[in-house]
Structure formats: structure tokens, C-alpha cells
Design a protein. Structure first.
Ligand code: HSE
Length: 439
């Protein structure tokens, strides 16, 4: 074994991703050392349940239940936070930065909520904070935006940035699975967050969009400024109709700057043309399209969740942290955005075309009543479809494709339509997202 320099790190959290880091460093640690000249050594691991992990083969001398032992160990120079949540993880990351340890975290919720403060603290203490695993699992999107695209104004980012919801939508569309069955599969495969509500409500993607917006525009958009909608209301009828019209339904994170320097940050299920690559990103895979003013369109694709893929990003951060320690910032941490390049645009002012599905009484005058309201709000109809129903049926689905309008105007029209007594159930309103350069 070659005589490489050693960097000791403390690993807080040995769940799905933490275990991946431990296991994959056993597998490829020598490879990393041969490439970087530095051996990464997990000196201490903080867990909740010692017995569970010793039974799984983790040496008992590595384990503690107190993450402070990691932070207080002078030999440990890097703390890896993979415990999740925003309470204890916040305390851990703050304490580690104050103890002047480099920090690696995969915690997007923590950064979305406390990123402004933690980044400022890290700058003050002059310690690096790494978070490649926080966005899009195994895809090196943070490095790409921070380093490879540093010379670009970021015009827009469109991303499928949640593996669980993409898995659910794919299995529903391709295998006809129910929402519940597809979610169960995603959980079994270890894609979903400990609380899958974060995935299916769109908030996991929302947290990632906030991080991408900060990297792109230097602005920490507040949680309440981000419009986030989940996928639980999407049905087979929506998926099949979208397909028949040449679209797929994808949960898209959108981060973009308009010509008046308004920043749009939102997460919504959208109809995406099947002529675009994003429409064909299946299963747990993520894809992030980044548009720069110099580079044009770039597209990053890979596993968005899962133990191995996400641990690959953590190991990359660990290698960077170790390299910085040994070589005294011999390579860069990537830029920290100091400028602030725009104001947040309220979602009501964002513009797109739309898909609206209505469950209606199957009787005369219904379409007339709906189109009157749309016309009163200045919203044009592109097409109306009503899949045939049996003669004796009393209700039917109406699918409308609608011209471009602000989300505010569209929402007001939808609400007025919902109050018509011919409307049954809750209408489904989805954006039709036109990607740059696509129809
Ligand atoms: N639950 C997340 C997802 C894991 O499904 O994308 C990666 O952040």
C-alpha cells in the first residue's frame, strides 16, 4: 500500500447515503487515493442506533451516538453531515463550521432554510462548505454551475430534480401503476426521503431549486417565495391524454431570469413536449438543462437518488475538501456568489400555456359556460377533447389546452369555473412548459 497522506473525517449519519459513502470508500478508497494522493479515512461515525450498525458489520470502535465527539476530535478535519432534517443537522453544521472544520452535506432542506446564514458563517470562519449531493443525487450539477459555467450568466435552468416523483410518474405512465403502488416501489428502492411527503409535495425539488437559484443569481429565495406543487393529483387520465397530445407530464424545477431581471423559481408538474429530451427522462433518473449566455444549452443527466449515486457526490466533495486541506486550497471550492442579480417574480405574473381537466355533468351548455368564463378572463382555447362515455353516463372528462396567460389570470378563471354547478370534483390545472428553442 502506498504511503499516501491521510485526511480523517467524521461521518454523521449512517442511513441510506451514509452507508453508501462508507461502503463505496471501502470499495474505491484506494482509487481515490491513487488519483488524489490522499487517503480518506472515516475515523468516527455518529449514529442513533449502535446495535443496528455493529450487527451490520461496522466496527464498534468507529461508532458513537454523539456527533460532538466528531467535531471535538482535533484529528478530524472534515465533517460529513448526512443525518437529514433541519434541527439537529443545523446545530451540527453550525458547530462544525465554528470549530473550523470543512463541512460536506447532502442536506437540501437545511440549505434552503438556513443557507444564507451557514454560507455567511463559513465565509467568516474561512472554512469550505460542500453540498454536491444536495441537488440531483449523483449528477455533478453543483460543480458544473459553480466551476465549469463560472464564465456564464445563467439564463435559465429546467430540471427534473426529484428521482422519487419522476419514478412515480414514469411507472404510472408506462406500467399503468396506481400512484400508491408506484410510491411504494420508490420507497422500497431507497429513493424517497425519510418523509416521502417532501418528495411528493414537490418540496424536495423546491429546496434544490432554491440552491440552484442562489448559485445562479446570488439570491437566497425564501421558502414562501417559491411556488411548489406536487404530483398526488395527477391521474392516469392526465398521463394518457398528455401522451395522446404529444406530451409527457414531468415535475419540473424552473429557475430563470427574465429580461427585467426578475427571478422565477417554481416547481410544478408540467406537460413537456415529447420532442424534448426532458420528456424522455425515465424512472429515478434526473436531468438538468442549464442555459448560459456564452455556452448556450447544456444538459446533465444521471441518477437523481439512491445510495450509490448520491454517495458518489459525497465522496467527490470529501476528495475536494481533503485536497484543499492538504494543498492549502490548491484547487478551488468553486465560487460563492457575492452579487445579487434580480428580484423574485411572484408566480401570479409568470406566463405559460395550460392544460385543464374538468370532471363535468354530461349535459347541454356545459362547454358554453366554461368557454364564456375563459373568454371573460382573456384566455383562448387551443383545443377541447371529451373522451366518449357510455350513453347512460352522467359525467364526463373535459380536457382543454389553453393559450398563454399569466398564472394569476389562469388561476382566477379556474376558480370561477370550479364554482359552476356542472363541475364535479377538483379541476386539474397543469402548465405546458415550452423549453427554450423548442415548440
Ligand atoms: N428523495 C430524493 C429524490 C433523494 O427522490 O430525488 C435525492 O435528493
Amino acid at each position: 500500500m502506498e504511503d499516501f497522506q491521510i485526511v480523517h473525517f467524521g461521518l454523521a449519519g449512517l442511513g441510506n447515503v451514509g452507508m453508501g459513502v462508507y461502503k463505496n470508500l471501502l470499495k474505491n478508497g484506494e482509487l481515490v487515493a491513487s488519483r488524489s494522493g490522499i487517503r480518506l479515512h472515516a475515523k468516527r461515525i455518529a449514529v442513533r442506533d449502535v446495535a443496528k450498525h455493529t450487527a451490520a458489520g461496522i466496527p464498534a470502535h468507529l461508532i458513537t451516538t454523539d456527533w460532538r465527539e466528531l467535531v471535538n476530535d482535533p484529528e478530524i478535519k472534515v465533517i460529513v453531515e448526512l443525518i437529514g432534517g433541519t434541527t439537529e443537522a443545523y446545530e451540527l453544521v453550525r458547530t462544525a463550521i465554528q470549530a473550523r472544520k470543512a463541512v460536506v452535506t447532502g442536506n437540501k432542506a437545511l440549505l434552503a432554510e438556513h443557507g444564507r446564514e451557514l454560507v455567511a458563517l463559513a465565509e467568516k470562519e474561512n472554512v469550505p462548505l460542500y453540498f454536491e449531493a444536495a441537488v440531483a443525487g449523483g449528477i455533478p450539477i453543483i460543480k458544473a454551475v459553480r466551476e465549469a459555467l463560472i464564465g456564464n450568466n445563467i439564463l435559465a435552468i429546467y430540471g427534473i430534480i426529484n428521482g422519487t416523483t419522476n419514478y412515480i410518474l414514469t411507472r404510472m405512465a408506462d406500467a399503468g401503476l396506481s400512484y400508491e403502488a408506484a410510491l411504494g416501489e420508490a420507497q422500497e428502492k431507497g429513493y424517497a426521503e425519510a418523509d416521502p411527503k417532501l418528495d411528493v409535495t414537490g418540496w424536495d425539488a423546491g429546496h434544490k431549486a432554491i440552491i440552484l437559484a442562489w448559485l445562479s443569481y446570488g439570491t437566497w429565495v425564501k421558502l414562501e417565495q417559491v411556488y411548489v406543487e406536487g404530483i398526488a393529483h395527477i391521474t392516469q387520465a392526465d398521463l394518457q391524454f398528455a401522451r395522446s397530445m404529444g406530451y409527457a407530464i414531468k415535475l419540473l424545477g424552473v429557475v430563470r431570469l427574465d429580461t427585467s431581471n426578475n427571478i422565477e423559481v417554481r416547481v410544478q408538474p408540467c406537460l413537456v413536449s415529447r420532442s424534448s429530451i426532458l420528456a424522455h427522462i425515465s424512472g429515478v433518473m434526473n436531468a438538468v438543462a442549464v442555459y448560459g449566455d456564452i455556452v448556450g444549452e447544456t444538459l446533465f443527466y444521471g441518477s437523481g437518488a439512491g445510495q450509490d449515486a448520491t454517495s458518489s457526490s459525497v465522496i467527490s466533495d470529501l476528495a475536494d475538501a481533503a485536497d484543499n486541506l492538504i494543498n492549502e486550497a490548491g484547487t478551488n471550492n468553486g465560487f460563492v456568489p457575492h452579487g445579487q442579480y434580480g428580484e423574485c417574480l411572484p408566480v401570479e405574473e409568470t406566463v405559460s400555456s395550460y392544460y385543464l381537466r374538468l370532471r363535468v355533468d354530461d349535459r347541454l351548455g356545459v362547454i358554453a359556460a366554461i368557454s364564456t368564463i375563459l373568454a371573460q378572463h382573456g384566455i383562448g382555447i387551443l383545443s377541447i377533447s371529451q373522451p366518449e362515455v357510455a350513453d347512460e353516463a352522467t359525467e364526463a372528462d373535459l380536457m382543454l389546452m389553453l393559450h398563454r396567460a399569466t398564472f394569476g389570470k389562469m388561476g382566477a378563471a379556474r376558480d370561477e369555473i370550479t364554482r359552476l354547478d356542472c363541475i364535479k370534483g377538483v379541476p386539474v390545472l397543469l402548465r405546458v412548459e415550452a423549453l427554450p428553442g423548442k415548440k
